[in-house]
Design a protein around this ligand. Structure first.
Ligand code: FMN
Ligand code: SF4
Length: 463
C-alpha cells in the first residue's frame, strides 16, 4: 500500500491562480527594471517577425559578418566571441553562477569530431519559473544565443532539453525552430555563411535530478536520468561521450544583447563580477508574485517593493533567495543584501536560479522545512547511499517534530544526518537537500525546540 503523504496537497492550478491574481501574466506586468530578455513582450509577439522587429538576429548577423551597412564587417573569429562573453562577466543562470565565457573556453578547439551544445530548460528547482516564460514568449532569443554559442565553440548539433511537464513551452519552441529553419537561420550554411548548426528540442521526463547536467545528458541519450561521476566533465566527455557545453536557458538568452552592445556594456548593467540583468521568480507571501528582470546588484528591498511587498497585515520573516536548495536568510539579513552572486554568498546563502521564496511571519519554519525535506527525499535518484537514505531520514525526523512526536535528541540527530550527506555524494542534490536543513536550524532553532518541547507551533496558524 502506498504510504500517505504527511503534507497537505497544493494544486498546481491554485499556485498558478496566485501568480495571475493581478490579472496579468507572470512577466507582462511592466515592473521590470532595464529588462533585456523580457523587454517589450506582451504574450503575442513571440514569432520570428516580431523578434526581428525588436532587433533580433542582428547579433548573429554581426558574428557571421552578414550585417549590411555601416554596422557590417567581416565575420568575428570564434575567439573574439568568447572574449566578449568573458568580458561581460555573464555567469551561468542555472544555479552555480559559473562564468559562461570561461566555460565556453574549455571546449577543445582542436577536436575535429562532433561537438554538442545543450540548453538546460529542465527548470525543476522549486520556486523557479523564469525559463518557461522565456521559451513561451521570446523563444528566438534562446535560439539566437545558442547559434552564437555554437559558432564560438565549433558545435555542430544542439539540443534544448525542456522540462517534461510543460508541453506548451515545448510546442512553442518547436514552432520557433521551424520558423528559424525556414528563414535559413538554422541548418546548413546559416545566412549564406560556411557555418552549419542543427538545433532540436527534446522532452525532459519531469524529474528534478534530470536538471543536473550529467543526468540530463544520460536522459538525452535515452537512458535513466541519473548523474554521472565527474570528472570527466562534459567539456571532454559529454553527450555520447563527445565534448559538450551545457548552459541554462537564461544564460543563452543573455548572449544576443551582449554581442549587440558589447561585453563592457553588459558588465556595467550589473556590478563587477556579476554582469547584466537577472530574472527573479518571486513567490510565496508577496502581493504580486511573478518573474521580475532587474539589473544584478539591485537591492533586495527594491525587488520586494516591485512584487508589492508582503501580504497586507504581515511582516517579512525570512527569504529563500535562490530556489529551494539555497539556505534561508532571516529578514534582517536579506534586507541588507543586493541581488547578485557575491552579496548573497557573503550573507551565507546562494543566488542560485533566482527563485526568491518569501516567507512572512505567519509561516512555521518546521512546516516549511518538512515540505522541503519531503521534496528532496522524493527526488533523490537513489544512486548514493548518503543521499538515498539520508534524505529519507531527514524527512522522517522533521515529520515527527512537526507532528508533535519529536524527541529532545532529534535536532542533534538531524544535524548529524545532514553532516553525513554533505560532500559525500555523486551530484549536488545531496548538498541541496542538506543546506535548507542546516540553515533552518541555524536561524530558527528556537521554533524546532518549541515544537519538541510543547508539541505545537510558535506561530498561531499556518495558512
Ligand atoms: C539536482 C540539480 C538540479 C538542477 N537543475 C537545473 C535546472 O533545472 N536548470 C538548470 O539550468 N540547471 C540546473 N542544475 C545545474 C546544472 O547542473 C548546470 O550547472 C547548469 O545547467 C549549467 O548552466 P549554467 O552554467 O548556464 O548555469 C541543476 C543541478 C542539480 C545538482
Ligand atoms: S546525490 Fe542523490 S540524486 Fe545525486 S546521484 Fe547521489 S543519490 Fe542520485
Amino acid at each position: 500500500m502506498m504510504a500517505q503523504s504527511p503534507l497537505s496537497p497544493i494544486s498546481p492550478s491554485s499556485i498558478l491562480a496566485r501568480f495571475q491574481s493581478n490579472g496579468q501574466h507572470t512577466c507582462f506586468h511592466g515592473r521590470h527594471i532595464a529588462p533585456q530578455i523580457y523587454a517589450g513582450l506582451d504574450g503575442t509577439n513571440w514569432r520570428l517577425m516580431d523578434y526581428v522587429a525588436r532587433g533580433g538576429y542582428q547579433a548573429l548577423r554581426r558574428v557571421l559578418g552578414q550585417l549590411s551597412g555601416s554596422d557590417g564587417g567581416a565575420a568575428m573569429p570564434p575567439e573574439q566571441v568568447i572574449a566578449i562573453v568573458k568580458e561581460s562577466s555573464l555567469r551561468g543562470r542555472g544555479g552555480a553562477g559559473f562564468p559562461a565565457g570561461l566555460k565556453w573556453s574549455f571546449m577543445p578547439r582542436q577536436y575535429d569530431g562532433p561537438k554538442y551544445l545543450v540548453c538546460n530548460s529542465d527548470e525543476g528547482e522549486p520556486g523557479t519559473c523564469k525559463d518557461r516564460d522565456i521559451l513561451m514568449f521570446n523563444p528566438h532569443i534562446v535560439i539566437e544565443g545558442m547559434i552564437i554559442a555554437a559558432y564560438a565553440m565549433g558545435a555542430s548539433v544542439g539540443y534544448n532539453y525542456i522540462h517534461g511537464e510543460i508541453f506548451a513551452a515545448y510546442d512553442r519552441f518547436e514552432e520557433a525552430l521551424q520558423q528559424a529553419r525556414s528563414a535559413g537561420l538554422l541548418g546548413d550554411r546559416i545566412l549564406g555563411s560556411n557555418f552549419c548548426f542543427q538545433l532540436h528540442a527534446a522532452h525532459g521526463f519531469g524529474a528534478y535530478v534530470c536538471g543536473e547536467e550529467t543526468a540530463l545528458l544520460e536522459s538525452l541519450e535515452g537512458k535513466k536520468g541519473q548523474p554521472r561521476y565527474k570528472p570527466p566533465f562534459p567539456a571532454s566527455f559529454g553527450l555520447y561521450g563527445k565534448p559538450t557545453t551545457i548552459n541554462n536557458t537564461e544564460t543563452f538568452a543573455a548572449v544576443p544583447w551582449i554581442i549587440r552592445h558589447g561585453g563592457k556594456a553588459y558588465l556595467e548593467c550589473g556590478k563587477p563580477n556579476n554582469g547584466g540583468t537577472k530574472i527573479f521568480s518571486v513567490s510565496g507571501d508577496v502581493t504580486l508574485p511573478g518573474n521580475y528582470e532587474v539589473p544584478m546588484g539591485t537591492p533586495f528591498a527594491k525587488l520586494l517593493e516591485l512584487a508589492g511587498g508582503v501580504r497586507p497585515g504581515q511582516s517579512l520573516k525570512a527569504v529563500i533567495p535562490g530556489g529551494s536548495s539555497s539556505p534561508v536568510l532571516p529578514a534582517s539579513v536579506i534586507m541588507d543584501c543586493t541581488l547578485d552572486y557575491d552579496s548573497i554568498a557573503k550573507a551565507g546563502s546562494m543566488l542560485g536560479s533566482g527563485a526568491v521564496i518569501v516567507l512572512d511571519d505567519s509561516r512555521c519554519m518546521v512546516k516549511s522545512l518538512q515540505r522541503l525535506c519531503h521534496f528532496y527525499s522524493h527526488e533523490s535518484c537513489g544512486q548514493c547511499t548518503p543521499c538515498r537514505e539520508g534524505t529519507g531520514w531527514m524527512s522522517k525526523i522533521v515529520d515527527r517534530i512537526e507532528n508533535g512526536q519529536g524527541l529532545p535528541e532529534d535536532l542533534a540527530l538531524l544535524d548529524s544526518v545532514a553532516e553525513n550527506i554533505q560532500g559525500r555524494t555523486i551530484c549536488a542534490l545531496g548538498d541541496a537537500a542538506v543546506m535548507p536543513v542546516r540553515a533552518m536550524l541555524k536561524h530558527f532553532r528556537h521554533e524546532f525546540d518549541h515544537h519538541v518541547a510543547h508539541k505545537t507551533c510558535v506561530v498561531p496558524a499556518y495558512v
